[in-house]
Ligand binder design. Structure first.
Ligand code: ZN
Length: 253
């Protein structure tokens, strides 16, 4: 658990990085950090994330009531609280609108997997939550099914949310995802998005476990390759291109 001052300083610093990257236009986005079991430090409403000062931030209880701060808490804090309540190990949440990842949410296209090694290790499959009007309880509940199974989610027609053991780590997941989505969109324009073979992906997931990043749900029998048709020439089969050939060596899920 970080100190109140440390958490305020980190949120302001990550806010600057997030704004500089173009992940939050105007006053978009919000960040938070758990100060204790039931108290969360969060960004206020109507503030540019690139120009926050430590005393601009406010604290809220897990029940959603504001505890301190001269500015009003963000209405989207309910999304953050839903994640903190669902997983006591989560220490920080970052929500913003990184353009390339958000484009997948707008197109309502699932982020494909089995393409870049770092993404397999640090993110795994990135689910897409259904659309709900931002701010309310029903919006907050859209991420609930994915807590404990992922660290980053694309919000349909909205943006992204990621969480982790620190504000920097949660931001880091967002940055990895947006860079990945950018590469995917460029490769798609070039005309082909090649998949890694299943055996290589399993090797990466073993590596992930050895790094202490936990067991990827796909190792426990989940579908290894998500959205296998993304970036394939039109008319290409829907079968996972990374799977070993039928009748060949290797085990396909
Ligand atoms: Zn938003």
């Amino acid at each position: 658990m970080v100190s109140d001052w440390e958490a305020r300083r980190e949120i302001c610093e990550i806010g600057q990085r997030l704004y500089a990257r173009g992940f939050a236009a105007g006053n978009d986005g919000n960040l938070s950090c758990r100060l204790s079991g039931n108290v969360v430090l969060c960004t206020p409403t109507l503030i540019c994330k690139g120009f926050m000062k430590p005393d601009d931030l406010c604290t809220v209880g897990l029940d959603g009531r504001q505890l301190s701060g001269r500015r009003k808490q963000t209405s989207e804090v309910l999304l953050h609280l839903e994640i903190y309540k669902a997983d006591p190990a989560v220490q920080a949440v970052v929500h913003c609108h990184p353009p390339h990842a958000t484009a997948f949410g707008v197109a309502r296209v699932d982020i494909p997997t089995c393409i870049l090694p770092e993404v397999e290790v640090f993110l795994g499959a990135v689910p897409r939550a259904q659309y709900e009007t931002p701010g309310g309880e029903s919006f907050a509940r859209t991420v609930r099914p994915f807590v404990g199974k992922a660290n980053t989610v694309v919000l349909s027609n909205h943006g992204t949310v990621s969480w982790g053991p620190s504000v920097e780590r949660a931001y880091w997941y967002t940055e990895i995802l947006d860079a990945y989505c950018r590469v995917l969109l460029i490769a798609q324009q070039i005309g082909n998005v090649e998949r890694l073979p299943h055996a290589e992906v399993r090797e990466l997931l073993d590596l992930k476990q050895r790094f202490g990043a936990g067991v990827d749900p796909r190792q426990a029998g989940g579908e290894l390759c998500v959205n296998t048709s993304f970036g394939r020439p039109t008319g290409a089969g829907a079968a996972c291109p990374g799977a070993p050939p039928a009748g060949g060596a290797g085990v396909s899920p």
